[in-house]
Design a protein around this ligand. Sequence first.
Ligand SMILES: [Zn+2]
Ligand SMILES: [Zn+2]
Length: 361
Amino acid sequence: MPSRFAEDVLSPRYQLRSTSEVKHTGVALTLNHSKLVPGICIFPVEVLEEIILAVLVPKRVFSSIANFSLASYQFRQIAFRNFFKTFCASSIDQWTNLRKVPGVVSWARSLESVSIVVFSQLDNLAAFTNFSSVEIDMSPEGLSTQHTFIKYLFKHLPAGLLHLTLSFLPRVDTALLSRISEKFLNLQTLQLTCTERLVDDCCWDCYEEASTCTVHSPIPDVYVDAEDLSYAFGTALVPLTKLTTLHLGIFLSELDIFQYHLYDCRCITFQTLIGPAVMGTSSFGGPDSCPQCFELFSKNVRATELFASACIARTLPALETISWSSFFAEDNPGDDQDNLTTTAWVLRKDGKVKVRRAPWC
Ligand SMILES: [Zn+2]
Ligand SMILES: [Zn+2]
């Protein structure tokens, strides 16, 4: 239990001047000496902790707290305890070195890392029993390795997890959802995304190739339609009775829409006997930037998104919002056109479940 007052925290030789000012990246705190008992500083630890947290807000780098941590042993404990609340390791070396900091295992409340790094440190992972939030970048994994990694990852995570984020997933399916709901019964936030693998910043060929490495649109190849998908996902998530926020980063538009865009909207130049000819009408980009696809498909897809949201909300009693990836986000409170997501808010009234793309109150 940390000391609450500065007489326990500050070094014995530390004396406040008549007016002391502590400044850190926009945070200023002034102490008036006249209000203090001479010789005794009543500087609450909570204030020091707030200063450290404020310092770390703009950029979570160790250099921000380095000088503070050198002031005394107690200051160092406060600085480290707050800095290492998030255990952020993007490389194996980083994980290995940070793990050597005494106390880091008990301070860490959340983990941010990459699958390949975590996999190399599985034995160390088990020592972090206080994690309540875990965020893993799954981009090094493929369709054939996702299952194995998830199996070992979950085995070494605490069952009391409240927030779980897996990004850049090759696929989101019932096998993954069932594993999550079996292990993490207290989960409040669940974010599973894979559509960010569809990078559209190069050319048609790269876009098409990226689409083959992820199951971004599981209808109709994996699930016949939105009803089939909703039933399967909802059933798999039933044990998560405390889940309030769910984000499933897959497209509910049928794969045929993506294929249509890829082959029918694409500009293809080919040589004819009388010279070059161009086939297609659209310049490069996903269906989200294609007026033709928007005109043809957006209305049905958006209705499907709300339908699936309501179906899943019926199986999760605490669910407040549910989000999907969408090529057809519009100018709505629940739509994010930059990140291609759409969010529905859930209302439960008279035993019925309603959803809409805006908060209900
Ligand atoms: Zn390319
Ligand atoms: Zn198109």
